[in-house]
Design a protein around this ligand. Structure first.
Ligand SMILES: C[S@@+](CC[C@H](N)C(=O)[O-])C[C@H]1O[C@@H](n2cnc3c(N)ncnc32)[C@H](O)[C@@H]1O
Length: 430
C-alpha cells in the first residue's frame, strides 16, 4: 500500500506538471484508489509538498544525477522528487521512505532504476548541504516561477517576500455559518460542545468561523443539515460587501461552484437571484449547494456576454462579478496554480474581465451597485481594470466598501489568515 501511495503521488505530480492537469482533478482520482483516510491525507500532503518545493527538489536532483531521466521515464523522475520530499519534510522514518519509494519504482515499471533511485535518496540523507539554496536564483529560493516573482516585486516592493512566504503555508479551514439554519453564536457553541476549537475573528462578519485545526468536515456538527459551508474568509466578504436587500433582483454573473451565490441567499433568502455560469458542469455544483443549504435561485448555463441567450430584459439592482482570473491569490490552497498559470495567460484574462465588466454594467439599474471581485494579486486584473473602466464609463463611480471606508481592497495572502482577493464596489450614477 505504501509503495502504491508513492507511485500514485509520482503519477499525479507528473500529470499536473508535465500534462497540465489541475491538482484538484488529479488528486481526488488518486485518492479514490486508497481505501484508508490516513493514506488519502498522506497522498495529499506529498502532492501538495512536491508542488510547493518543486524547484528545490529539481535543484537537489541536478546535483545528484548526471542528467534528468528521459521523457518516457518522467513519472519516475517525479518519484525521485516524492522520495526526496519525504526525507526532507515528512516525519516518516528514512529507511521506510527510501524502501517504499524504491518499491514504487517497480510499480511504475522502473525496475532498472531502483539502484539509481536508492543511491540518490541515500545521498540526500547523507548530505544536508544539498539543501543550501542561499546562492540559488530567487525562483529556487522561493519556489515560484520567475515571472510571477517579478510581477510581485513590481506590485509590492515591500511585501513580495511575505506574499511568497504566505503561499508556502497551509491554509486554515474557514467555515461560513448558514444563518438561515443556525445563528453563528449557536454554531460556535455546538463546535465547543463537540470539542472543536474555533474563533470568530471579524466582528462585522460573525458568520466567518476559523477552526484551529483542519478536520474532516463531514464530521462537524450540522454538515448534513446545511448549517455551514467551507469558504475562505476573504471570499465571505463578497456577499457582505454587495449587501443584497429583501427581494431585490440580483445577478451573480460568474457563479460556479456557488459559494458566493449561496451566501447572498443566506443574507436575503427572498432575493430574485440569477446564478449564471458558462460552465454547465461546474454549474451543477451550484444546484447541489443550493439544495444542501435549502436555498433557491434561477440557475442558468450561459455566457454572460451573450445576453440575447439568457437576459430577460429587466435590469438588476445589484451584480456580483467574481470574474475568471489568474487565481494568484489562492496559491496556498492550490499550490499547482503557480506552475499551471503562465505569464501569457494574464493578458487574455484581462481582456475577458474588461468585457464582462462592460457587458454587466449595461444590465445594472441606475443607482444600482456592482461588486468586482477576483482572487488575484496582480494589479493588471484588479486596480488597472478599474482605472480602465472608470476612464470609459462616465456613469460609473466608486463607492465605499461597508465597514472598511475604502473603495477597493487588495487582500494579500496570509493577511488576517485569508486568501488573496480583490474587491471594488461601483455604483451607476442615477
Ligand atoms: C472565480 S470563478 C467563480 C467562483 C464563484 N463565484 C464562487 O464563489 O463559487 C469564475 C467563474 O466564471 C465562469 N466564467 C468565465 N467566463 C464566463 C463567461 N463569459 N460567462 C459566464 N461565466 C463565465 C467560470 O466558468 C468560473 O466558474
Amino acid at each position: 500500500m505504501s509503495a502504491q501511495l508513492r507511485a500514485l503521488a509520482a503519477e499525479i505530480c507528473y500529470q499536473v506538471i508535465d500534462q497540465g492537469k489541475s491538482l484538484s482533478d488529479a488528486l481526488p482520482k488518486g485518492q479514490q484508489k486508497l481505501p484508508f483516510a490516513p493514506d488519502k491525507a498522506l497522498l495529499q500532503e506529498i502532492c501538495f509538498g512536491v508542488m510547493r518545493q518543486l524547484p528545490q527538489l529539481e535543484t537537489v536532483c541536478q546535483q545528484l544525477m548526471d542528467k534528468p531521466l528521459i521523457k518516457q521515464l518522467r513519472p519516475l523522475q517525479f518519484l525521485i522528487y516524492v522520495g526526496i520530499y519525504q526525507l526532507k519534510f515528512l516525519r516518516i522514518p528514512d529507511h521506510a521512505a527510501i524502501s517504499e519509494t524504491v518499491e514504487a519504482a517497480r510499480l511504475l515499471k522502473g525496475q532498472n532504476l531502483t539502484k539509481l533511485i536508492n543511491a540518490v535518496l541515500r545521498n540526500v540523507q547523507r548530505k544536508p548541504a544539498l539543501f543550501d539554496f542561499s546562492q540559488a536564483s530567487s525562483a529556487v529560493q522561493f519556489n515560484h516561477p520567475g515571472w510571477l516573482i517579478s510581477e510581485l516585486q513590481q506590485a509590492y516592493p515591500q511585501q513580495w517576500q511575505a506574499v511568497l512566504t504566505a503561499n508556502q503555508q497551509k491554509a486554515p479551514l474557514w467555515l461560513r455559518v448558514n444563518q438561515q439554519q443556525i445563528s453563528p453564536d449557536a454554531y460556535l457553541k455546538a463546535l465547543d460542545e463537540a470539542g472543536i476549537a474555533a474563533s470568530q475573528p471579524f466582528a462585522y462578519l460573525p458568520v466567518a468561523i476559523k477552526l484551529e485545526q483542519a478536520c474532516d468536515i463531514t464530521t462537524l456538527p450540522g454538515y448534513a443539515e446545511g448549517w455551514f459551508s467551507v469558504q475562505d474568509a476573504a471570499a465571505q466578504h463578497a456577499a457582505f460587501f454587495l449587501a443584497p436587500q429583501a427581494s431585490e433582483r440580483v445577478l451573480d454573473a460568474c457563479s460556479a461552484p456557488g459559494g458566493k451565490t449561496c451566501h447572498l441567499l443566506e443574507l436575503a433568502p427572498a432575493l430574485q437571484l440569477t446564478a449564471l455560469d458558462r460552465d454547465a458542469t461546474r454549474l451543477q455544483r451550484v444546484t447541489e449547494n443550493l439544495a444542501r443549504l435549502k436555498l433557491s435561485a434561477r440557475v442558468v448555463a450561459a455566457d454572460v456576454l451573450d445576453t440575447a441567450s439568457w437576459w430577460q430584459g429587466e435590469l438588476f439592482d445589484r451584480i456580483l462579478l467574481d470574474v475568471p482570473c489568474s487565481a494568484t491569490g489562492v496559491i496556498r490552497r492550490h499550490p499547482d496554480i503557480r506552475w499551471l498559470r503562465k505569464k501569457a495567460d494574464i493578458a487574455p484574462l484581462t481582456v475577458l474581465q474588461q468585457q464582462i465588466l462592460q457587458c454587466a454594467w449595461q444590465l445594472l439599474k441606475p443607482g444600482g451597485t456592482l461588486l468586482y471581485a477576483t482572487c488575484s494579486v496582480l494589479p493588471a486584473e484588479n486596480s488597472a481594470q478599474l482605472t480602465q473602466f472608470l476612464a470609459q464609463q462616465a456613469d460609473a463611480q466608486q463607492v465605499l466598501l461597508p465597514e472598511l471606508g475604502v473603495t477597493s481592497w487588495q487582500i494579500l495572502p496570509g493577511e488576517q489568515d485569508m486568501d488573496g482577493f480583490f474587491y471594488a464596489l461601483l455604483q451607476k450614477i442615477p
